[in-house]
Design a protein around this ligand. Structure first.
Ligand code: SF4
Length: 624
């Protein structure tokens, strides 16, 4: 198409835009009935580490009647060139403008990528506002975790897909092809698409507000449009397609390794965690399937490292035989296996030791809170003793550095909890000394995120602490973490405030988003590009206050912006969990203990699926 090669010589990392990677698929446009651009609203290195992209890319390109190409957010150097040369943002495979595609599908992983979404549409020749989009422009769809509160983006998307895409993508593409063959327009197609489970068409709903700005009602505008849209769940994950031939990035990706998804869902029940709710129930894949997928992945990619991914990989029921089986397979080819996250216990450390993770030098744990009291509040079931035993096992096995993740600003937090973080870091250093870690080598990193209340979680009603107070908490911790062997890093409170606004926001925020983007906001998740001043101007212009979204305690009885999005977990369960938090009560893990009747399994006719010795067990004994 255009003179893209010339541009590539002028940008910082040309590999972000060249395409043609190993395992990339380039299909003939004339031979398919529907062309989809998968848009990742962040840079190539981040997007290429996203498993969901690889899964959908393989599924859509596996259809003879469809193609999928990729596009990532252009870094400001490339954006400037595209604008100066009037070249539209293009896909990697065929270098066609986004406006040439039938469907533009965004994955929404993080609220601070929303300005990039608008920017990519406009750069690609697609009208950002859905109401202004012409029939000839692509259908714009969104999915991913942020689609579970899609309201701030309602004005920009034709539809959202809620939940797991493996099955619904076929239903949607079939419906699209049928509608095109029958000569139907966008509105007619959307009416049909709205009947597909898991598809939400925001323009078919009317939101009314009370005088104080709270929502009065959200109602469908037409007969036949569901009052609530339910998420999609893949009941048989073991049989679901998995990309064993993923595209291998040119530029080193954030996670530069192959990935095998070993299960979906998490039953640990951390009360701040959205992923733990929206991906319920736990569904493990069988050991046999994973061994086969691991072998194929290594063969087809040449990766030197394969990561066993999930929300909490050490919880996989048959982790030891899986690890041993993969080690046996991979050792001759010098392929290593890694776990993205570790549970704070000695078993996890033993697994990491077998995987020779010690080579990497740092072992990471996430106690999340500094005291047992606060860990009970958030339902994080790790004790100080367990953590220190795990750390002791790690130092004894040769690790020299430990990283600890915490949150500040959690509900009920006091100064004592912050002191607890400093005390725990000190304890870890002491254990390291006792284990004989050589002087000068022992290091502990304390990494702190700010609590962000998220939709559909037990903490969805909780206010976020004002950003100035979050900043003061971080300064306090900095003063307490004086030991030179401790490194301290933290997440920016201003960015966390904006994340909270969009995580719990409503449709009125569309105007703010548009205003911020027009003022030049891009890559808001990147500290060097984030500008709170521009955002505050956009809020003022729209007549809204960020504090009304981030810092307000939402009431149990009020209509929440995402109440018409049904993830299967009942409101009663979330309220009960919220109250248990204030009572400091721990909730059992339904994978191992008992069903707490969150509502997901009966709502979707599914059950937790565990990998056991004699194959998959879809209803563990304790649940039957
Ligand atoms: S319904 Fe019960 S078993 Fe199913 S996810 Fe909820 S708590 Fe777990």
């Amino acid at each position: 198409m255009r003179d893209v090669e010339r541009l590539l010589r002028l940008v910082e990392k040309p590999g972000r835009y060249v395409g043609g990677e190993y395992n990339a698929v380039k299909k003939d446009w004339e031979k398919v009935k529907v062309r989809v651009a998968f848009a990742f609203p962040d840079v190539y290195e981040v997007g290429m580490s996203h498993l969901g992209l690889q899964i959908l890319y393989a599924i859509v390109n596996g259809r003879p009647d469809a193609l999928m190409e990729r596009v990532f957010a252009p870094w400001p150097d490339m954006e400037a060139l595209l604008r100066a040369e009037r070249i539209p943002l293009f896909s990697l495979e065929s270098r066609r403008a986004l406006s040439d595609f039938d469907i533009l599908a965004f994955t929404l992983q993080y609220e601070l990528t929303y300005t990039n979404v608008l920017n990519m549409m406009e750069l690609g020749g697609v009208s950002p506002l859905a109401a202004e989009r012409r029939e000839s422009e692509p259908l714009v769809i969104g999915g991913g975790p942020c689609a579970f509160n899609p309201e701030p983006l309602a004005a920009f998307f034709d539809l959202f897909v809620l939940g797991e895409g493996e099955e619904v993508v076929h239903e949607l593409l079939d419906a699209y092809i049928r509608a095109r063959q029958e000569g139907k327009g966008r509105q007619e197609f959307l009416r049909e698409a709205a009947a597909i489970d898991g598809v939400y068409v925001p323009s078919f709903y009317e939101v009314r507000y009370q005088e104080d700005g709270r929502i009065a009602s959200v109602r469908p505008l037409y007969p036949g449009i569901p009052e609530k849209v339910t998420k999609r769940v893949v009941a048989n994950l073991d049989g679901a397609p998995f990309p064993v031939r993923p595209v291998i990035p040119w530029v080193e990706a954030v996670h530069d390794r192959g990935m095998i998804e070993i299960f979906r869902g998490c039953s640990r029940g951390c009360r701040f965690c959205q992923a733990g709710i929206i991906y319920r129930p736990v569904r493990e894949k069988s050991l046999e399937r994973l061994l086969v997928q691991g072998r194929e992945l290594a063969k087809n990619t040449g990766y030197e490292e394969i990561s066993l991914t999930s929300l909490s990989s050490v919880d996989y029921s048959r982790l030891l035989p899986l690890v041993d089986g993969l080690i046996e397979t991979f050792t001759p080819d010098k392929v290593s296996i890694s776990l993205p996250s570790l549970r704070a216990d000695a078993f996890a450390v033993e697994i990491a030791r077998r995987l020779q993770e010690v080579r990497k030098g740092t072992l990471t744990f996430a106690p999340e809170a500094g005291t047992q009291r606060l860990r009970n509040v958030i339902n994080k079931r790790v004790t100080r003793e367990e953590l220190l035993r795990a750390v002791e096992a790690a130092f004894a096995s040769g690790w020299l550095r430990v990283k600890l993740y915490f949150m500040v600003g959690l509900p009920t937090e006091t100064e004592e909890d912050l002191d607890g973080i400093a005390a725990l870091a000190g304890d870890v250093l002491r254990v390291g000394e006792e284990c004989g870690v050589p002087k000068g080598k022992l290091r502990v990193t304390v990494s702190v995120a700010c609590f962000v209340p998220k939709a559909h979680t037990p903490f969805q009603w909780e206010p976020q602490v004002p950003r100035a107070v979050l900043a003061e908490k971080i300064r306090y911790l900095k003063r307490r973490l004086k030991d030179r062997r401790i490194d301290f890093d933290w997440h920016d409170p201003e960015m966390s405030m904006l994340e909270a606004v969009f995580a719990r926001g409503d449709r009125r925020l569309g105007a703010v988003l548009l205003g911020a983007w027009r003022r030049g906001c891009r890559f808001d998740g990147w500290r060097e590009h984030f500008s709170l001043a521009r955002w505050l101007e956009a809020f003022a212009e729209a007549g809204l206050q960020p504090e009304d979204y981030a810092q307000r305690r939402y009431a149990y009885g009020e209509v929440l912006p995402w109440d018409h999005i049904d993830v299967g977990v009942s409101r009663e369960f979330l309220i009960e969990e919220h109250q248990r938090a204030y009572r400091g009560e721990i909730t059992p893990d339904c994978r191992w203990e008992k069903c707490m009747a969150c509502g997901v399994c009966p709502a979707f006719g599914v059950a937790p699926v565990l990998a056991e010795e004699d194959g998959l067990v879809s209803l563990p004994d304790h649940l039957s």
